[in-house]
Write a protein that binds this ligand. Structure first.
Ligand code: ZN
Length: 395
């Protein structure tokens, strides 16, 4: 059993104890609000058990259920919501009947003690769940903690009701009962909608979708073509289609792994990522070449890292016809650095979205060379000596 499961069980037991105390005190010492609160606590326990049950069995994957039984949890919640509606209706009926009744019973002092005790337990329980939720990084435990916190606030309402009733204003008690019944209705409706949505494969929320898209789009040499994702139980299934102009299958595979890893690191509770990378030839390519001077007559530099300038140019390639669109020369601010200049220059080219780097000589396999590989910048040899000469090739 892990810590989350243990916490859920401790919570269920503590909730059962206060539910029983509230139920007995309310029934025998005249407080409908306290009985209503007790029933609410009972539904909470059923909810916790359902979740626990769902967590235990949803991980089971079989040939028959290759996507796991994650939705079991949502299915259980759906039935639970119906049960909650029923209890809310019962509480509402009893409270209204009592409020209409002219001879209202005043609540006994015991009800105040029971409400106070319940409040204390709920308060401590919420604190404990928040702590575990944060330490275990569990969104479901954190939402459970929030729920318990709301329960404590509800009990404050009950406390006010029983104190007023004890002090000689018995009408306050069924009014609190009605308010709690409405709160239970609301909780039930939320559970109902949430589970129904997941069962019907609602898309993942917009914020998380945008997050995934941003991570994928930040990868080098890819474009996001299509992204769909859905919830299943507490898990997420992602379907991602990308486009790349990289032909090398090994590199595409590497790209795939990198992208998947980054998404999993940022978005929790992902079960499966279906990642498809399609090859697509780029119509517009960005080229670069190391230069000695800042003009078109410049000689092409022999070394890449120490080159003081870089010539950048954009070429459109449509139907086998290449055409130079624009060219410019930028300074290499890292040329005189004593260390890592190759890596820094590669990074700068990557930032300029360069696809191809022309070199005049054989490139030595140092940090710069590997950085270019990492950024998926293709290295091409040219026998041209000058920048202008190289550009001529594309005119
Ligand atoms: Zn509750």
């Amino acid at each position: 059993m892990n810590r989350l499961e243990k916490t859920a069980i401790v919570s269920a037991i503590a909730t059962a104890v206060i539910a029983l105390i509230k139920f007995l005190a309310g029934t025998f010492f005249g407080s409908i609000a306290l009985v209503a609160d007790a029933i609410h606590s009972f539904t909470d326990i059923i909810g916790s058990i359902a979740v626990l049950f769902g967590v235990r069995f949803s991980d089971v994957k079989s040939k028959k259920f290759p996507y796991g039984l994650y939705k079991l949890e949502n299915l259980v919640s759906l039935f639970l919501a119906l049960l909650i509606f029923y209890t809310a209706f019962e509480i509402l009926k009893t409270s209204i009947d009592a409020a209409m009744n002219s001879v209202l019973q005043e609540a006994g002092a015991i009800t105040i003690i029971a409400a106070l005790f319940s409040l204390l337990v709920s308060f401590l329980l919420a604190k404990y769940k928040f702590k575990v939720g944060r330490e275990e990084n569990s969104p479901s435990m954190l939402s459970e903690a929030k729920h318990t916190q709301l329960d404590a606030i509800t009990t404050v309402g009950v406390l006010i009701g029983v104190i007023a009733s004890f002090a000689g204003f018995p009408l306050f008690d069924p009014i609190m009962g009605i308010l709690i019944a409405l709160l239970i209705f609301k909780a039930g409706a939320e559970i109902l909608f949430d589970s129904a949505k997941v069962l019907l494969d609602v898309s993942l929320d917009y914020k998380t979708m945008k997050k995934i898209e941003k991570i994928a789009a930040a990868e080098k040499a890819v474009k996001v073509k299509e992204l769909t994702a859905r919830n299943s139980g507490r898990y997420i299934f992602v379907d991602l289609k990308l486009e790349t102009n990289i032909k090398d299958l090994k590199k595409v595979d590497q790209l795939k792994k990198q992208c998947e890893k980054k998404i999993r690191e940022t978005v929790p509770r992902i079960d499966k990522i279906m990642l498809d990378i399609e090859y697509k030839k780029k119509d517009v390519l960005f080229y670069s070449v190391p230069l000695m001077q800042k003009n078109k007559n410049s000689k092409i530099a022999l070394e890449f890292g120490t080159a003081p300038f870089f010539g950048l140019f954009k070429v459109i390639n449509k139907a086998g016809k290449k055409k130079l669109l624009e060219s410019k020369i930028i300074e290499n601010p890292y040329a005189k650095k004593s260390r890592q200049k190759g890596i820094l220059a590669a990074e700068m080219l990557a930032k300029n979205k360069i696809d191809v780097l022309f070199t005049s000589g054989e490139m030595h396999k140092g940090g710069g060379y590997y950085a270019l590989q990492d950024y998926f910048i293709e290295i091409k040899k040219t026998n041209k000596k000058f920048f202008g000469e190289l550009l001529e090739e594309f005119k």
